[in-house]
Design a protein around this ligand. Sequence first.
Ligand SMILES: O=C([O-])CC(=O)C(=O)O
Ligand SMILES: [Mg+2]
Length: 602
Amino acid sequence: MAFSKFYFAVQQRLHLSQNQNTANKSRHHHDIVRPPVTTVLDAKNNKGLNFTIEERQSLQVHGLFPAAFRTMQEQVFAVAANFHARATKIGRYRYLRSLRKRHERLYFRFLSEHLEDVLPVIYTPTVGVACTIFGMIYRGPMGLYVTKNDRGHVAEVLRNWPEPDIKAVCVTDGERILGLGDLGANGMGITVGKLELYTALSCVPPHHLLPVCLDVGTNNEELLADPMYIGTRDKRLRGKKYDELVDEFMQAVVQTWGRRTLIHFEDFATPNAFKLIERYQHKYCCFNDDIQGTAAVGLAGLLAVERVTKKKLDKHVIVFAGAGSAAMGVAGLLVKELKSRKLDEKQIAKNIYVFDQNGLIVKSRTDVAPPIQPYVKDMPHIKALDEVVEKVKPSILIGATSMTGLFSEKILRCMAANNERPAIFAFSNPTSKAECTAEQAYNFTEGRALFSAGSPFPPVTVNGKRLTPGQANNCFAFPGIGLGAMAAYAKTIPDEIFLVAAHTLAGYPEEEAMASGRIYPKATEAKDVALTIAVAVAQYLFDNDLAQVYPVPENVCEFIVANLYELCNGDSLVVPWKYPDLPTVPFTEGYNIPPKDIKISF
Ligand SMILES: O=C([O-])CC(=O)C(=O)O
Ligand SMILES: [Mg+2]
């Protein structure tokens, strides 16, 4: 029955030594071994008022709880009441942080059942606010800090993490946290939020997930002067020493947890983001969420625009405002998509314009970074975005600039004048950094815009019609990609995986929702999306000899579902992933799997 299963599971988690057993026995003159109260009530084991009377007695916590017994569902109800009683988003964030610290299973159960309310709190946009005051709300370990002073000892730091079986690491160096800039060690909050979506959406057991902050200093003067700042008070490490630290970190991860460990890069500043993914993509099982995850979601949106407008993507004129990880990630994947349709590179780049803080990217510019080179135009330089929009008449306008309100009324009206269904993407996060609001996008286009934003916006009513924006956020990609990669033990994660994810996601919203302008799924569908993407990704990895699970499962979907974290059953404490682990092989060189021109068919 449930009790013996629970008791056995607690015992297993405790790893009680024979000596401890004996000591406990004699102290309590008891027939059965008593696990320490702190362990029974540890966040991972705690069941709160869901402990039955039998469990309370045999685990010797009887009397520590009031008489009431609550089912998991009743506990979730109590959490919802407490959550909504907090008046502010940040108050709710802090309440949820403390809930995870005392009752982890309830925390994730609540998350997975209240996605619409909870995503904007534990994730974008509130998590961004939390990062700005992270020192003040700091309450204890949530992940690992590897500082620049740990060079030469990174593996020792990793070994201090108490969970032995890590399957995914989300790492940031905090230099570009959402659109908020350099937040240094406060960036830990972002990696925690990202990994919580792996559990809430993809049902990956939380003890397999590790948030890491590479604390290499910060150039944020405000933080350096803030007595509450929790990081190293130094300027950012740069150059060779930085590269060596990241190299050491990558090697230490695979030495500690094996070469199948997924490494998810998050919120590095653009030059490092591109440099690191280029260096590691074909050597490690890794991806960059801001470049590649956002690219999958961006391309999915473009595929949806193609469907709604009934105009092929290569016929659309696209202006990217911003030339950072997100914009160049989406542009790069779009090019890949169009190449797979047998279009040549020159033809594709012709209709793609890039605009950055110094204006349109044209030949006369001398400051053009390599990822932007393919889109350089042979035309006079234009400094202002509204003039670019007037001149080139885009049908799709994509913002990833962190410049609040960049999409002015004039720009939006111009988009509406030139297009029946102008597509507007305001990728920048959090909400305070969006290039325009949903209200502006709809009001200045007579409600005709296909509008999506990185942060969630409430519906807007225009001319009596309720319009709901889509959320163009990588949370519709990385949880599924991560689960697929983890489940198949991916060797590496090539670009084609992001095409697979984009096409899977694009198939999601129903025609009706798309026609009304919402081209992304609803938050409540995010779990379904994650699983569907995971299955497609794992299938691709198996089909292309990039998986390390043998034998290849007959039914990939069943195989993945059989290994998910059980959120619904309060009794089952430990739900192991069922397939055996790979031995941890010493690893220094990586795989060096060359990029392949793999053909995909959908
Ligand atoms: O975290 C998010 O909401 C999306 C993202 O990666 C970013 O803005 O950096
Ligand atoms: Mg990010």
